[in-house]
Structure formats: C-alpha cells, structure tokens
Design a protein around this ligand. Structure first.
Ligand SMILES: [Zn+2]
Length: 211
C-alpha cells in the first residue's frame, strides 16, 4: 500500500484523463497525493465552444480548471512548476533533473505516477517522464519509490508488453467525471459523444517501471 503518491505530468488534464480514477482511489483511502504540474498548457488550441478563452487568458483559464480538478480528486498539494508548454524537451536536462531530484527528496513519495518515456505520444510527456525517471534513478535503491508509468502510444504493448497494473475505477467514476468536467476547455466537446468519454471511465493501466 502506498503511503504518499507523487504525480508528475506536464499538462493540466494529464492527471485527470490518464489517472484521475487511480488518484481518487488513493485520496479516498486517505493516502496523500502531491501533484507536480509542469506547465499551464498555455499552447493548447481549445478555447471553448463558443470561445471562452483567448490566447492571453488561456493559461489563467487552465490554471483555474487544474485547481478545480485537483479539488475534485482530493489532491491537497499542487506544485505548479511554470515551465513553457510544448517546450519541455528543450529545457536544460541537468537543471531540470536536479530540480526533480530535490522535489522527490522533499516529498519522499512511496509511489510516483508519470508518463512512460518514449511511449507517451506527446514530446512533453516523453521528456518529463524521462526527467522523472532519471531523477529517481539517482536515489539509492532503498530510497527509490515505485514508479507506475503511463503509456498510450499505439503499438506500445508490442514494445513493452502488457501493463501489469490495471485499476478498476468504477467505485470513483463520478469523481473522475467531475474532474473531466472541471477541465472544461479540454473536455467540453467530448461530452457530445458517449464513446469519446467512456474509454476513460472503465479502467486505468500502468506499467511498473524497471530500473
Ligand atoms: Zn498532456
């Protein structure tokens, strides 16, 4: 059983779509969750329909959505790193790795959720997953948290096998739905079609990362 969970993703909404149910299961059983969200998704293209955000207001809109989603999911500790959206792969790797090593040493999580580097589609996902894994690999084996890596690239199962963690999230599906709704600028259009939302509401799968 995890004692403290650290979630590391680049964009507001990554936590909700990929593992909102898993986070809710932890917080519902009293396990504290800290979320490091690296950007405010300010380069996103969805501005609402009809528009309720502009290029200038989007980071503020998404920040408010992120805070609301965290509240819904029971995340009490949110760290906003303020990196630039779509630019994480261009950050100086050593500086960013040290920053994460420091965060991990302070939070002392027993479990980390992040993207599986190389199998998480978006360059920001892959770059931040890689930084997180690199920072954790600097800890000695006995202080290293378990890592559940989230992958969703096509054909990823051919490369890394099937996920070993498959969480049934049916008990917290209402919390996940509320968090998806909180990310209104990103999810509003999905609620028009049942199939686009339903694939997020059944099960969440992860690969335990092998160091
Ligand atoms: Zn993302």
């Amino acid at each position: 059983m995890a004692q403290h969970v650290l979630v590391v993703f680049p964009h507001p909404d990554d936590e909700t779509f990929g593992c909102g149910g898993t986070i809710a299961l932890f917080t519902q059983s009293g396990i504290p969750v800290t979320y490091v969200c690296a950007t405010l998704g300010q380069m996103g293209r969805n501005m609402g329909k009809p528009f309720f955000a502009t290029r200038e207001s989007l980071p503020h809109v998404r920040e408010a959505e992120l805070e609301k989603a965290c509240q819904v999911l029971g995340i009490k500790h949110l760290i906003k790193l303020g990196l630039r959206d779509k630019m994480i792969e261009f950050e100086e790797p050593e500086a960013l790795t040290s920053r994460f090593e420091q965060i991990i040493r302070e939070v002392r999580p027993s479990l980390v959720l992040t993207h599986y580097p190389g199998y998480a589609v978006h360059p920001d996902h892959n770059a931040l997953g890689e930084v997180t894994i690199r920072a954790i690999s600097r800890l000695s084996a006995d202080e290293r948290p378990v890592v559940y890596a989230h992958a969703f690239a096509r054909m990823c199962q051919e490369a890394i096998g099937p996920p070993d963690i498959n969480n049934d999230i049916s008990a917290v599906v209402d919390m996940k739905l509320a968090a998806i709704r909180a990310h209104r600028s990103q999810s509003q259009l999905m609620f028009g079609s049942k199939s686009s939302i339903s694939r997020f509401l059944e099960q969440e799968s992860f690969w335990t990362y092998r160091f």
